[in-house]
Design a protein around this ligand. Structure first.
Ligand SMILES: *Cc1c(COP(=O)(O)O)cnc(C)c1O
Length: 499
């Protein structure tokens, strides 16, 4: 299977090459030339398969240049009981007769990004071997919190790869900072940058495009790659858990063979919901996708009107991992939904770059609307939903999951759709403990406590356990101490790769 560019501007490449490159060097994103299929029999048989076995089935269809043994090794290292605290990896929690929460946060860093970032480093490391690269890989990550820790955990001690994470000194929570700075591993570096997230991200982007610096990196024995969700290696592992969820619903008698389900996803970069769409295109029976946003509702507006308009105020919300105005993976979706019309994609993304918006044609909008609905939750609605779910079910959800639950409820209220629905839970509630505690207790209570005390208070109040990845963080050894100004990043990076 080959991978082609959404902008028809690059030769088809193998999966290993697509994963090594991250994105298309001439602009655009890699997608599979055609979408592989599962027969209904294959889908029903998954009921008797483990998460790891289903992962093997899905990954083998896409990574055709990887051997069965290679894929198996990557899966067994990634989805081990060392890394995940539930044997099912992504268990379902029944919220109501029609809705089920898919818990995607049982990995080491308590966010769903672990499901991709635990395995992707092995796929990248195997790609380095397969392509007989002489140089090792240097991964640079600019993070506003979640991605940095998930990438560090995934890449630590993976052969022939070095990872350097940059975070804004004052721009992440104390817990997130502690999570990153306590990461072990011989090949990990963490740098606090004096500036905001945009400063970090822009610096990293500049470095990627800097030919002179590329030479420096090359002389040090490295070449760049990326670990963010535009890399196909991050998307493909996410297709797996939609088949797993369907199998669990069948197994638990919640649905019958052939029944369609709805899938609700709290969305930022459109990666997770795109993985669900690929599962659908492979044969998973889906009725509707509910794309849930926070106050940065650029996708809600797009799905409702057909116009994508990023010219709007960026809002910092209590679901920060969804604070995004350019959803990179939407490009892949538009390419798929137009049956690989690179001309259209090119013209839309040129308009987006030039004027900050584009409108799809009516036919495309109609096709999208038949399958996707967009809803958003305000800050107030998000907190209320956390409180209501806790009251009704004695179950804690984080702010991102609450956006999804609220959006789902809005959709049901105006459609009366009774289809069984899977709602993605993308972070453990302890990861956003302050807001969760505020929602089930009070702001006064939260204001009395520091971030670590809030974890303890939430545990005591809700009688639940702190996620193991977040517990005792305040006692762990700090491993990383680098701190620099924005204009010192290159000098520091050079030191880090040459010593
Ligand atoms: C990254 C993230 C999201 C958004 O996922 P996308 O694939 O970017 O749409 C949602 N929730 C949490 C907790 C995240 O970390």
């Amino acid at each position: 299977m080959k991978y082609i560019s959404t902008r028809d501007n690059y030769e088809p490449v193998s999966a290993a090459e697509a994963i090594k490159l991250g994105m298309v060097p001439t602009g655009g994103l890699f997608v599979p030339e055609e979408i592989p299929q599962f027969s209904t029999t294959e889908i029903y048989q998954m009921v008797d398969s483990s998460y790891q076995e289903i992962a093997q089935k899905v990954l083998s269809k896409y990574l055709t240049d990887y051997s069965t043994a290679e894929i198996k090794e990557a899966i067994s290292k990634a989805y081990s009981d060392n890394n995940f605290d539930e044997a099912e990896i992504t268990p379902l929690y029944k919220l109501s007769d029609q809705s089920h929460i898919l818990e995607l946060w049982h990995g080491p860093t308590a966010a769903f990004k672990d499901l991709a970032l635990q395995i992707m480093p092995y796929l990248l490391s195997q790609a380095v071997e397969k392509l007989a690269l002489k140089q090792d890989i240097l991964i640079l990550v600019a993070t506003s919190g979640d991605t940095g820790k998930a990438a560090l955990e995934g890449f630590k001690d993976v052969e022939r790869i070095k990872i350097v994470v940059f975070y804004p000194d004052e721009g992440v929570s104390k817990i997130q900072e502690r999570q990153m700075r306590t990461t072990g591993g011989e090949n990990t570096e963490v740098v606090a940058v004096e500036g905001n997230f945009d400063d970090c991200q822009n610096s990293v982007k500049d470095i990627f495009g800097d030919q002179e610096f590329k030479q420096v990196v090359s002389e040090a024995g490295y070449q760049f790659s990326s670990a963010n969700s535009i890399n196909w290696g991050r998307l493909v592992p996410q297709i797996v858990y939609y088949f797993v969820a369907y199998s669990q619903l069948l197994d638990q008698g919640e649905i019958k063979r052939g029944d369609k389900i709805n899938i609700t996803v709290p969305t930022g970069n459109f990666g997770n919901i795109l993985a669900a769409y690929y599962a659908y295109r492979m044969g998973l029976p889906v009725n509707k996708f509910i794309c849930a946003s926070n106050d940065n509702k650029v996708l809600t507006d797009f799905l409702q009107t057909g116009t994508y308009d990023k010219k709007r105020e960026f809002k910092k919300t209590i679901s920060p991992s969804m604070d995004i105005l350019i959803s990179s993976n939407l490009e892949r979706f538009l390419f798929e939904v137009t049956n690989h019309n690179a001309n259209k994609v090119n013209s839309w993304y040129q308009q987006l770059a030039e004027s900050g918006s584009f409108s799809v044609d009516q036919e495309t909008h109609k096709r999208i609307s038949e399958l996707f609905v967009g809803r958003f939750a305000t800050e107030e609605e998000t907190k209320e939903t956390i409180g209501e779910v806790y009251e009704a079910n004695d179950y804690l959800i984080d702010t991102h999951t609450a956006v999804a639950v609220n959006s789902y409820q809005q959709y049901v209220a105006d459609s009366a759709d009774k289809t069984v629905t899977v709602i993605d839970s993308t972070a453990n509630p302890y990861k956003f403990a302050a807001t969760v505690l505020e929602a089930i207790d009070s702001l006064e209570e939260v204001n009395k406590l520091d971030e670590f005390e809030i974890l303890d208070k939430l545990a005591a109040k809700s009688d639940t356990e702190i996620h193991t990845g977040l517990n005792n963080l305040d006692q762990e050894q700090i491993q990383h101490d680098y701190h620099c100004q924005v204009d010192e990043i290159r000098v520091l990076l050079k030191e880090l790769i040459t010593d």
